[in-house]
Design a protein around this ligand. Structure first.
Ligand code: GLU
Length: 497
């Protein structure tokens, strides 16, 4: 295959939120295009006006940008095959329909919705599959054209062959054969003058010179119809590749289209913007999504965008469904967070801290980030993991936390008093803090770990916190002394003395 010739498209319908399933389809198209040095095209399939949602396009474009799936042709960037929004191409579909009518491959149908309903009801009652009874297929085309010209409402339908079968080769699933007898004379043009998905999709793929169609498995059933359409036009269809389904984490059923809560109360995101809001890195998303139905060698998991582009081939796309796994994504995200240079991670967590209402000073943030880098899985975790750096008042904690496991309140109090004395005088640098506090523990005759716990809880409000001395250094003398004072109050002792 000549490299420059590859043209693939992601062709979403803007009906709702941008789902990760769609993102996976977009990614596979993107990787395939980049691997072959081809073009990745974004086309908006918005001819279903009833399901159109004006916000969907915004979510989609934002989601693609967040993931870094930059398109070579499409909305906002333009291109030589535009426009890339179907409602701006209506004339093309109308002309295509005329052509099919002229070829005798399509016909006008004047059946009313009421009649269609009555037909399918009668079929159901007879135990037959409901569908159109082809009532208008035998109308005289000239008569039909006259009625249409007189303004009678109608749709245009494809005349599918009544017998025989059609075999389609799918690059992932192999040959798939469909019996023509099960097909419907699908509507191509609706009475509102808008094409259906089938017509617009086929016409655009042809005129946009799409070479490969990579799309979700749910479109397999449309294949025979599309193939008959290509034949009716006398066009060569693109190569087909239907990507495997994505299943729910349980492995049962298709991945949810809605966001639900896990048993532990945590929201399980399924929309791209929710992953962005939770602080999943695009690097992790791309890596994770690439493995949903594709693999490199059955063991390599972590791969950069560049490696994915170099390695992606349709031959390694699996036909069987992929199971969504939040833990794996979290693992990837934690990994990529730890790989980031400190200033880059600082840049990425900053909006999350600001959203939590914290006033963040850049240089201080650069000191804090290394302390939380190992401790967060998602960027949004930073607000919680680092809250004691930003809050004036610590989040309320239980005084019992101040008391070391093999000690009592008196010990905690004694430690805190001694620590306060040390911290009032010592130089506030990691090394100085460490040696002074260790020396004090020794002088007091308690283990370092025992000594550090009340100090840590007093200053951070929790037992599990970043390394103590670095943390104290960033907090600074004034804050540490004030918080130790509070802790002593909490232990039921007055702060003075
Ligand atoms: N508009 C269809 C969708 O929303 C496109 C399917 C296809 O790629 O042919 O998924």
């Amino acid at each position: 295959m000549s490299n420059v010739s590859v043209r693939v498209r992601y062709a979403p319908s803007p009906t709702g939120d941008f789902h990760v399933g769609g993102a996976r389809t977009a990614l596979f198209n993107y990787l395939f295009a980049r691997h072959h040095g081809g073009r990745f095209i974004l086309r908006i399939e918005d001819t279903d006006r009833k399901r159109y949602n004006p916000q969907a396009l915004e979510w989609l474009l934002r989601g693609l940008r967040y993931l870094g799936l930059d398109w070579d042709e499409g909305p906002e960037v333009g291109g030589p095959y535009g426009p890339y929004v179907q409602t701006e191409r209506l004339e093309l579909y109308r002309g295509a329909c005329e052509e099919l009518l002229k070829r005798g491959a399509a016909y006008r149908c004047f059946c009313t919705p009421e009649r269609l309903e009555a037909v399918s009801k009668a079929q159901q009652e007879k135990g037959l599959n409901p569908g159109y009874d082809r009532h208008c297929r035998s109308l005289d085309p000239e008569e039909a054209a006259r009625r249409a010209a007189a303004g009678e409402a109608h749709v245009i339908r494809l005349k599918v062959p009544l017998e025989g079968e059609i075999t389609v080769h799918d690059r992932i699933r192999g040959d798939i054969t469909f019996q023509n007898s099960i097909l419907q004379d699908a509507v191509l043009m609706k009475s509102d003058g808008y094409p259906t998905y089938h017509l617009a999709n086929v016409v655009d793929d042809h005129y946009m010179e799409i070479t490969h169609i990579l799309r979700g498995d749910e479109w397999v059933n449309s294949l025979p119809l599309h193939m008959h359409l290509y034949r009716a036009f006398g066009w060569t269809p693109p190569e087909m590749a239907h990507l495997p389904l994505i299943l729910n984490p349980t492995g049962k059923g298709k991945m949810s289209k809605r966001e639900e809560r896990a048993p532990d109360g945590r929201l399980m995101p399924v929309f791209v913007r929710s992953f962005e809001e939770a602080g999943y890195l695009p690097e992790a998303m791309i890596n994770y999504l690439a493995l949903l139905g594709w693999s490199y060698d059955d063991k390599t998991e972590i791969m950069s965008r560049q490696e994915l582009i170099e390695r992606f081939t349709l031959e390694r796309v699996n036909a069987s469904p992929a199971v969504w796994n939040y833990q794996k994504l979290d693992h990837f995200n934690g990994y990529y967070i730890r790989q980031l240079p400190v200033d880059e991670l600082a840049r990425r967590v900053l909006p999350f801290l600001e959203r939590a209402g914290y006033r963040v000073e850049w240089n201080r943030l650069l000191a804090i980030v290394p302390l939380i880098q190992e401790r967060i899985t998602r960027l949004s975790d930073a607000a919680e993991a680092a809250d004691f750096f930003f809050r004036d008042e610590l989040r309320p904690y239980d005084a019992a936390e101040l008391i070391p496991a093999k000690g009592d309140a008196a010990l905690a109090e004694a430690v805190l008093r001694r620590a306060r004395q040390v911290l009032a005088a010592v130089e506030f640098r990691r090394e100085a803090l460490e040696s002074a506090l260790r020396a004090e523990a020794e002088a007091m005759g308690v283990k370092a770990g025992v000594f550090f716990q009340p100090v840590r809880v007093a200053c951070c409000g929790r037992k599990a916190a970043p390394p103590l001395f670095e943390t104290l250094e960033v907090l600074g003398r004034e804050t540490c002394l004030k918080r130790i004072g509070r802790a002593l109050e909490l232990l039921g002792k007055p702060a003075a003395g």
